[in-house]
Design a binder for this molecule. Structure first.
Ligand code: GLY
Length: 358
């Protein structure tokens, strides 16, 4: 550990995609970094996340700051991935294939919902186009015949967060970061393991450090999802679906290799990570309504993860508001990424790196 030197020493608490991205960017920028992860690296929300880079599909124009952060981070993803490939020799595969997203309306009510969603996005200057059922099926021939229409969002796509996490760990270590996994919980910023570091970055997901200010406190929002696999994928000329497909209550994210991630529930149940029969039933029923060919898929995984949410619903990236030290605060936060951790990882890591490295 360096003390106050030109090469700051930083402890990162949390080894999910956010913590790993920060560790990599800081180490790449010349900081001495140690990361402490209570369990396996990227073993919680990052292992379960669908990986959608979907600032437009998930946009809430009533939240312009979050929308701007999402768009900025989506924009950064290409160079982030290119540098990650350079540092790790691993390319997050689905970035190679920017296929876009289709929001699907199943009936007349959802058709009206889709028109409202299109109007809101156009008013915010976001690129999207309403499609007739015939136009939607031209893009995705296996969509159910009875659908009402779709909204095409060309800029939204997805990455495989598990692959990204492996690449981040390789890249961080390659730049000299020490990653301590299975380190057990770090429950407060005065934990002896954090003593002596110039800066501490809390990126502990749904496991907040105790005693933090309310703006940095997070609570878990459970999401259950399924990973299905098309056993005929290798024999097909075209995959069953290429776009990310979203209806009001279900999404389907093609991984590009025959696997499809189907999500997700939204539940306030504390640290419960059980998979329930009703969730599996509902996700499959809703999926089959938009993509009936998925009935023949194999069920590979049924999972539950915890999205870390702040009370405000916005992430906190930087010092806690009101910290008298401002940007020079010893303890910085990268918490509360809720539904958008994978999307927001590049912007978050670069903001923290800018604060620490100047
Ligand atoms: N971002 C998708 C989800 O949280 O389910």
């Amino acid at each position: 550990m360096s003390g106050a030197s030109a090469r700051p020493s930083v402890a990162v608490v949390g080894g999910g995609i956010i913590g790993l991205s920060i560790a990599w960017r800081l180490a790449r920028g010349g900081a001495r970094v140690e990361l402490f992860e209570r369990g396996a690296l990227a073993g919680e929300a990052s292992h379960v996340a669908a990986g959608m880079l979907a600032p437009v599909s998930e946009a809430d124009p009533a939240e312009p700051e979050l929308l701007a952060l999402g768009l900025e981070s989506a924009e950064r993803w290409a160079s982030f991935a290119a540098e990650l490939e350079t540092d790790s020799d691993i390319r997050p595969q689905s970035l190679l294939d920017r296929t876009g997203t289709l929001l699907i309306a199943r009936d007349a009510d959802e058709g009206r919902w889709l028109e409202r969603e299109a109007d809101l996005r156009r008013a915010a200057g976001l690129e999207c186009a309403l499609l007739t059922p015939r136009e939607a099926r031209r893009l995705e021939p296996d969509l159910a015949p009875g659908l009402r229409g779709a909204l095409h969002v060309p800029v939204d796509h997805a990455v495989d967060p598990r692959q990204v996490a492996v690449a981040l760990a390789v890249a961080a270590r390659g730049n000299g970061a020490l990653l301590h996994d299975h380190a057990g919980p770090i429950e407060a910023t005065d934990d002896p393991r954090l003593a002596g570091f110039d800066r501490i970055v809390i990126a502990s997901g749904a496991w907040p450090v105790t005693g933090v200010a309310p703006a940095a406190a997070t609570h878990p929002v459970k999401g259950q999802l399924l990973i299905l696999r098309d056993p005929e994928h290798a024999q097909r000329e075209e995959p069953i679906a290429r776009h990310v497909l979203r209806a009001q209550t279900v999404y389907c994210v093609p991984r590009g290799d025959g696997r499809y991630v189907i999500g997700a529930t939204m539940e306030h149940r504390g640290e419960d990570r059980t998979v329930t029969a009703w969730a599996v039933h509902d996700l499959l029923r809703e999926l089959f309504e938009i993509l009936p060919a998925a009935r023949e898929f194999v069920l590979d995984e049924a999972l539950a993860g915890l999205r870390p949410a702040t009370t405000s619903g916005d992430p906190l990236i930087g010092p806690v508001p009101g910290d008298p030290a401002g940007d020079a605060a010893r303890v910085l936060y990268a918490v509360g990424h809720y539904r958008g951790g994978v999307l927001l990882a590049p912007a978050t890591a670069d903001r923290i790196a800018a604060l620490v490295l100047g």
